[in-house]
Write a protein that binds this ligand. Structure first.
Ligand code: A2R
Length: 330
């Protein structure tokens, strides 16, 4: 199979490529990246993949590269992926996630290519749900509470429309909180882990800045998430969408406590008003029965393991690259 991963240089894309490679199933793996994209996350696999330069906001670049790649399968992961940043750059977020996805689908339509396409929507499309709607099913009303959430509604709906109008085989996922090694340090749990590792190495005061710790989440390991995406592309039904997420529910406070239990120095915790979102999503617990029924997928890695691996990732990174200690978000 010719498999294309957009966003291969990112957190999930790099783990997905690694997962497919270790299956040893003789697939050709192609990745789209931009000319300035950091290839750091591809350090373990760069010899086993083929990279092509394209920007999903540039239709011409997509047509040009897709003509050569002719993928049988696409995992569309490229996105402006950070909720908090989307409040500062709403237009760029909308443009990348909605128009970028439309560009990808339109390029395939123009080239008369019809691969199976995984579209990576998000739990953020549901926004702040009512307690009676928990656990959240796929038919829960969409009430996005951030520009990112709105952009993912747009991406999700564009994908549905291309299935309805042109029978292009889009399959959507709405992934709930997921983390693990390589998660960008702007995401809450990774930000905490980075700060703990920095404190251990004496790169900062042992004082951990946090935002809202009361939100309730399930935590899924990225390595379980990419297994889910692989199963999705084999068994998912085009035109459908599937909630995916972890099975252990906890507050962000609890996740922080787990991280702190691994810390090698005593850390204080300080709430930083700047880390609070203008509108927050405080309750995100998925119902993943629809996905489980077609794939049999279950998350396997416990949150304790995920969080320890995340902290160890930052310990190794900061030892080698101390300038990667997270800066305070302003
Ligand atoms: O920033 P870069 O150049 O390293 O590439 C990022 C890529 N990306 C783009 N690729 C092509 N054209 C664009 N205009 C463009 N904008 C962004 O998307 C990077 O390779 C990837 C995003 O990686 P992360 O920020 O680490 O996101 P993550 O967690 O891997 O998210 C994967 C998917 C996204 O659809 C999220 O919205 C969803 O999972 O949660």
């Amino acid at each position: 199979m010719r498999i294309l991963i957009t966003g291969i240089t990112g957190f999930v894309g790099s783990h997905l490529a690694e997962y497919i490679i270790q299956l040893n199933e003789k697939h050709d793996i192609y990745g789209l990246c931009r000319w300035r994209s950091s290839r750091e996350n591809l350090a373990n696999i760069y010899k086993k993949i083929m990279l092509f330069n394209a920007d999903i906001c540039d239709l011409g670049s997509l047509i040009h590269e897709l003509k050569t790649i002719k993928p049988d399968i696409i995992f569309h992961l490229a996105a402006q992926s950070y909720v908090v940043a989307s409040f500062n750059v709403p237009f760029q977020t909308l443009w990348t996630n909605v128009i970028g996805t439309a560009n990808l689908l339109e390029a395939l339509r123009i080239l008369k290519l019809n691969p199976r396409i995984h579209i990576c929507s998000s739990s953020e499309v549901y926004g702040q749900v009512r307690e009676e709607d928990v656990p959240i099913k796929e038919d829960c009303p969409l009430r996005p509470a951030s520009p990112y959430g709105v952009s993912k509604v747009g991406e999700d709906m564009v994908a549905l429309q291309y299935w309805l109008s042109y029978r292009m085989k889009t399959i959507r996922t709405r992934m709930f909180t997921h983390t693990g090694p390589r998660r960008g340090d702007v995401f809450a749990l990774s930000y905490f882990a980075n700060q703990i590792a920095a404190a251990e190495l004496g790169l900062k005061e042992p004082c951990i800045s946090v935002g809202n710790l009361k939100s309730v989440r399930t935590i899924c390991d990225v390595r379980d998430a990419v297994k889910a995406y692989w199963l999705l592309i084999q068994h998912g039904v085009p035109g459908e969408c599937y909630n995916i997420g972890g099975s252990h529910t906890m507050t962000i406070q609890k996740a922080l406590d787990i991280l702190l239990s691994f810390a090698r120095v005593k850390c204080n915790v300080v709430v930083d008003e700047k880390l609070l979102r203008p509108s927050d999503v405080t309750l995100q617990i998925p119902c993943i029965e629809k996905f489980k029924e077609i794939t049999g997928w279950e998350p396997e890695i416990l949150p304790q393991q995920t969080l320890e691996d995340l902290l160890n990732y930052w310990r190794e990174q900061l030892k080698l690259f101390p300038w990667k200690a997270a800066v305070v978000v302003r």
